[in-house]
Design a protein around this ligand. Sequence first.
Ligand code: SAM
Length: 238
Amino acid sequence: MAKRKDKRESDELYSQVLQLAVHALSSVPEDFRNYEGDRFLDEIQFELEALASPTLPRSPELPMMKKFRFQLLHRWMLANIAPCRMVDVGGGKGLLSYLFQQSDWHTTVIDPINQPLPTKYKDLTSNKQISIAPEETVTRINAEFQPDFAKDADLLVAMHAHGCNIQMIEAALHYNCGLILLPCCVIHEPILPPAGMPWIEWLVGYVIEKGFMVAPFRLNFKGQNIGIYARPLAQSLT
Ligand SMILES: C[S@@+](CC[C@H](N)C(=O)[O-])C[C@H]1O[C@@H](n2cnc3c(N)ncnc32)[C@H](O)[C@@H]1O
C-alpha cells in the first residue's frame, strides 16, 4: 500500500516537472529551440504519454533497477549526451567520474571531503562485480564548488550534492555550459523553496526562469530519482 502511494506521489511530481518543462519549451521560438530543444520536447511528450498510459514502456533503455544510481546516471548520460568535459560536483567517492573515465570522458570531482574510490561496483551490462584497484584514481579537487571550476567545462553534474545547486546554475549560465542536477534535500543553499514545495519542482521552475531549456528525466533507483538536464538558451545562438 505504502509502495503504491510512493509511486503515485513520484509519478505526480514527475508529471508536474515535465509539464513545467514542456510549457517553457513550447514558448521558446523554434529558431532558438534548435535540434536539441526539439529532442527535449519529443522526450518529454513521450514520458508524459507513458505516465498517462501504464501499458506503454517507460524509459525503455533502462532496466528495472532499484539502486545503482551512479551506473544508471552514467548509462542515461551516455545515451543522451555526447562525450564532453564534465565536472562532477559533490561527487563523494568519485564512482560516477570513474565510470565516465572508463568511457573516455574528461571528468573532475569537486568535493570538500577527500574520499577514496570504492573498491568495487556492479557493472549493469555484464551483471558482474568489477574491482577497482587501489592504485586507480580520478582527478579530484578537494574543495567546495566555486564558479571558476566551470570555466573549462562543458557540463556540470550534481548527483545528490549539497550546498552548491544554486551556485552551479549561476556558473553554468556564466560559462555557457550544460547542467545535470539530481537534487535530494535542501542543504546549505542560499535560496529555499516555499514551504511544502518539493525542491526538485522549485528547481525546475528556477532553472527555466534563469533562461535554460530543461528536459527532466527519471532514473529507476530508490530515493530522489528525478533529474534535470538543462542547457542555456544562449547556447542555441552559438
Ligand atoms: C549526499 S552526498 C552525495 C555524494 C555522491 N554524489 C552520491 O550521490 O553519493 C553530498 C556530497 O556533497 C558534498 N558537498 C557538500 N558541500 C559541498 C559544496 N559546497 N561543494 C561541493 N560539494 C559539496 C559532500 O562532501 C558530499 O560528498
